[in-house]
Design a binder for this molecule. Structure first.
Ligand SMILES: O=P(O)(O)OC[C@@H](O)[C@@H](O)c1c[nH]c2ccccc12
Length: 302
C-alpha cells in the first residue's frame, strides 16, 4: 500500500495495515514454522517450571507419565489472569516510549528500571508495546522486561496474524492484546484459542456494544474497554462504564486508557473493574512508585 493510500485510512487501520506489511517482512527473515517451534520451546519451558512446582513424593520434579497425569489434572495456570483477579482494582502498568496520539512521551527510556519500579510499586502486570513505528516499541524490550520482573507481561501490539501470537510466546509474554476492531470473528476465535493452547492469556479489547458481544462470543475471559477511540483518539472516560454491564459476571474486566488521577481509579472501582491499564500518566511521572501509590490512593510508595 502506498503512503497516499494509507493516509486515507483512520489511524487504527493505518497501523493494522503497516503491521500486516511488518509481518510479511518478518516472515521473509524467519519462517512461521521456525516461530512456531520457538513458541513450542517456550511452552515446554513453562511446563517444566510448572512441573517443578508440583514435586512428586520424593520431592523431585515429576517426569514422564507421572508429570503428564499431574499436568492434565492441573495444567499450568494463566498468570496474567491470576494477577488481575485478585481483590481490588489491579494495575496493568505500561512501559511506553511514544504513542500515536501523544508522540514522544519519554525521551529518557530506562525500560528495565521502569518495569522494576512498577513491580516494586505493586503493579499486577506490565503492558509492553512492541509496535515500532507509532509506539517506538521493540520486541527486545518485552523479552528483557519479562526476564527482569516476575509479574506477567502483556504484549501490546496490533495482532493481525497468527505469526504474532507465536512470536509473543517466543518473546516471553504471558498475555496478548487482541483488538476487536481490526479482527473478524473467525480471527478473534482462532487467535484466542491458539493463545489457550500456548498458555497465553488474551485481553480482548472492545470499544462498542457490538464489539463486547464479539469478544464474549470468541470466548474471552478478560475483556478490556478502551476509553480512547483508536480511530479518532478521542478519550471518553465514561466509555468503560457505559459498556460494563454487557460483560458477563465471571469475565474479568479492564478499563483502559486516560487514567490519570485517584478519582479515575475510584471510578473504575465503582464500576467493578478488575484492573486498569495505565500508560501515559505513569510514564510522565518522574517518580513512578509515588505515582502508583497516589493512583492507588494508599499514600506511601512501596
Ligand atoms: O496511555 P494511557 O492513556 O494510559 O493508555 C494506556 C493503554 O490503555 C493504551 O496504550 C492502549 C490501550 N489499548 C490500546 C490499543 C492499541 C494501542 C494503545 C492502546
Amino acid at each position: 500500500m502506498s503512503q497516499a493510500e494509507r493516509t486515507t485510512l483512520n489511524i487504527l487501520n493505518q497501523i493494522a495495515e503497516r503491521t500486516r506489511e511488518r509481518v510479511a517482512e518478518q516472515k521473509r527473515v524467519r519462517s512461521l514454522a521456525s516461530m512456531q517451534q520457538a513458541a513450542d520451546e517456550a511452552l515446554t519451558r513453562d511446563c517444566e517450571r510448572c512441573a517443578a512446582e508440583k514435586p512428586g513424593p520424593d520431592g523431585l520434579p515429576l517426569s514422564g507419565e507421572a508429570f503428564a497425569t499431574a499436568h492434565a489434572a492441573a495444567p499450568c495456570s494463566f498468570p496474567f489472569e491470576g494477577a488481575i483477579e485478585r481483590p481490588g482494582v489491579q494495575f496493568i502498568a505500561e512501559v511506553k516510549r511514544a504513542s500515536p496520539s501523544k508522540g514522544l512521551i519519554a525521551a529518557d527510556f530506562p525500560y528495565l528500571q521502569i518495569a522494576r519500579d512498577y513491580e516494586t510499586a505493586g503493579a499486577a502486570a506490565i503492558s509492553c508495546p512492541t509496535e515500532p513505528y507509532w509506539f517506538q516499541g521493540r520486541n527486545e524490550y518485552l523479552t528483557e522486561i519479562a526476564e527482569a520482573v516476575s509479574i506477567p507481561v502483556l504484549r501490546k501490539d496490533f495482532v493481525v496474524d497468527e505469526y504474532m501470537v507465536y512470536e509473543a510466546k517466543a518473546l516471553g509474554a504471558q498475555a496478548v492484546l487482541l483488538i476487536c476492531a481490526i479482527l473478524d470473528d473467525a480471527q478473534l476465535t482462532a487467535y484466542r484459542q491458539l493463545c489457550d493452547q500456548l498458555r497465553l492469556s488474551t485481553l480482548v479489547e472492545a470499544h462498542t456494544a457490538k464489539e463486547i458481544e464479539r469478544a464474549v462470543a470468541c470466548g474471552a475471559r478478560v475483556i478490556g474497554v478502551n476509553n480512547r477511540d483508536l480511530k479518532t483518539f478521542d478519550v471518553d472516560m465514561n466509555a468503560a462504564r457505559a459498556l460494563r454491564d454487557l460483560v458477563p459476571p465471571h469475565t474479568l474486566f479492564v478499563s483502559e486508557s486516560g487514567i490519570a488521577t485517584p478519582a479515575d481509579v475510584e471510578a473504575a472501582r465503582t464500576m467493578r473493574a478488575d484492573a486498569v491499564l495505565v500508560g501515559e500518566a505513569l510514564m510522565r511521572a518522574d517518580d513512578k512508585r509515588a505515582k502508583l501509590a497516589e493512583l492507588r490512593g494508599d499514600g506511601q510508595p512501596r
